[in-house]
Design a protein around this ligand. Structure first.
Ligand SMILES: Cc1ncc(COP(=O)(O)O)c(C=O)c1O
Length: 437
């Protein structure tokens, strides 16, 4: 099939995610990838600077992970996970719980980020119900994104992505998120405000609230909005004192993005439930885990099936996905991956500094491998008209940078070389210089 035929068939039969198919340019066909580079069928190369929707960690087509999947595929590709188990899942559960805070000791598997959040919400809700407490409320942070299934949309409603589905969602309470950036003079005020809202909410509703849900340190989809570790600590303390479950959605921040293995670890907080996906399998296979404390797990134990967690997916704990995740965790150790993240952060800092007072940009911010800045526009937000211009500008230069509206960010695979990262920043500098709006 040549390029033209492939595109024609795609346009006749395929429906792409988060895409306005009527106006979007033709998708770019990719035939192979290696490290940070995507190779298109027409011979063009693209530097993947967003880790293909925040998935890739060690690099595309990393041979160690490819080998682990191939080996597992010849042995056991999949088995029903109710009443059965297998070595890749058990090994992964042990490895994950070994690197999480001690209290997070039980692993529930599903297959994508949204389902890991659905599992967390249902788990929290039924946990209380099983003890005879009806807790119908959840508290989330404004701008938090947690996925596209109905429960995940409900807790992420303030992102504004889900307006057509308003009547399908259940009501969720929200408080402000103290987003901040370098040299932000108002950070303390914003944190005080958010904590005051939390205090007021918990005082009133702590006995009806099943969980407080947060993307720790960085809200991804709403524009790489960052908050400080000290805010996370104060927030976590208040939630704990109120006796409400703290749920950290680390679907994006997990596996090194913020500089530590987990953002909650970097912020020195210990959630009761954590949601992980994306980088879990190094971006190779669909898999997620919702890891909870032993207390929560024990809340479901009974002679009665009614108290069991009646939730599961066909591909729960798929053995190929688990094998990929196990291989990835080994690589984190072997390749000293977090050191690579520290190197990326250093270059981000070096390159963002000259832009700090640039008239066209604002809110420069960095956490670990994630660097972001806002283009000043009259129409900020996800639908900003600057977004397609920027996207095209970068793609034409062989850079896969996909702005979130007027927010430009880099979130590269950790194998990126210094030269490649500087090339990305050169591209950003060129965009700032050349694009006017
Ligand atoms: C923080 C967070 N939670 C949940 C999700 C949903 O994950 P998925 O797209 O795998 O359903 C995402 C996806 O971007 C995310 O960033």
């Amino acid at each position: 099939m040549n390029n033209k035929e492939l595109i024609k068939l795609d346009r006749s039969h395929v429906w792409h995610p988060f895409t306005q198919e009527a106006t979007a340019p033709d998708p770019i066909p990719i035939i192979s990838a290696s490290g940070t580079t995507l190779n298109s069928t027409n011979g063009k190369k693209y530097l993947d600077l967003i880790s293909s929707w925040w998935l890739t960690t060690h690099g595309h087509a990393h041979p160690t992970i490819a080998k682990a999947i191939a080996k597992q595929a010849k042995q056991l590709e999949q088995v029903i996970f109710a009443g059965f188990t297998h070595k890749p899942a058990v090994t992964l559960a042990k490895k994950i719980t070994d690197i999480l805070p001690k209290k997070l000791s039980r692993v529930f598997f599903s297959d994508n980020g949204s389902t890991s959040v659905e599992v967390a919400l249902k788990m929290a809700r039924q946990f209380y119900l099983n003890q005879g407490e009806q807790r119908d409320k959840f508290l989330a942070f404004e701008g938090g994104y947690h996925g596209d299934t109905v429960g995940a949309m409900s807790v992420g409603a303030t992102t504004g992505f889900f307006d057509p589905f308003k009547t399908m969602m259940f009501p969720v309470d929200t408080i402000s998120f103290p987003e901040t950036w370098q040299d932000d003079p108002n950070v303390e005020k914003k944190e005080e405000q958010s904590l005051a809202e939390l205090d007021k909410y918990l005082n009133k509703h702590k006995k009806q609230c099943a969980g407080v849900l947060i993307e720790p340190l960085v809200q991804g989809a709403s524009g790489m909005r960052m908050c400080r570790e000290q805010f996370m600590q104060k927030m976590a303390k208040m939630v704990k004192q109120a006796g409400v479950l703290l749920i950290c959605d680390e679907v994006m921040t997990g596996f090194g993005r913020t500089g530590e293995m987990f953002a909650s670890q970097k912020a020195k907080i210990k959630p009761d439930i954590i949601c992980l996906s994306k980088g879990l399998t190094a971006g190779f296979m669909p898999l997620s885990v919702t890891v909870c404390s032993q207390d929560i797990y024990e809340g479901f134990l009974s002679a009665n099936f009614d108290k069991a967690f009646a939730h599961g997916h066909s591909f729960t704990a798929n053995s190929l996905s688990c094998a990929a995740a196990v291989a990835s965790l080994k690589l984190f150790k072997k390749e000293k991956t977090l050191k690579k993240v520290a190197k990326i952060e250093k270059i981000h800092k070096q390159r963002i500094t000259p832009l700090l007072n640039h008239e066209k940009i604002e809110k420069p911010r960095i956490t670990g491998a994630i660097a972001a800045l806002d283009f000043k526009t009259k129409d900020p937000g996800y639908t900003s008209k600057i977004a397609p211009l920027l996207k095209e500008f970068f793609i034409n230069r062989g850079l896969l940078i996909r702005p979130l509206g007027n927010v430009l960010y880099l979130l590269p695979p950790y194998c990126i070389s210094n030269k490649e990262l500087h090339k990305a920043w050169d591209g950003i500098e060129a965009a700032i210089a050349e694009i006017d709006f």
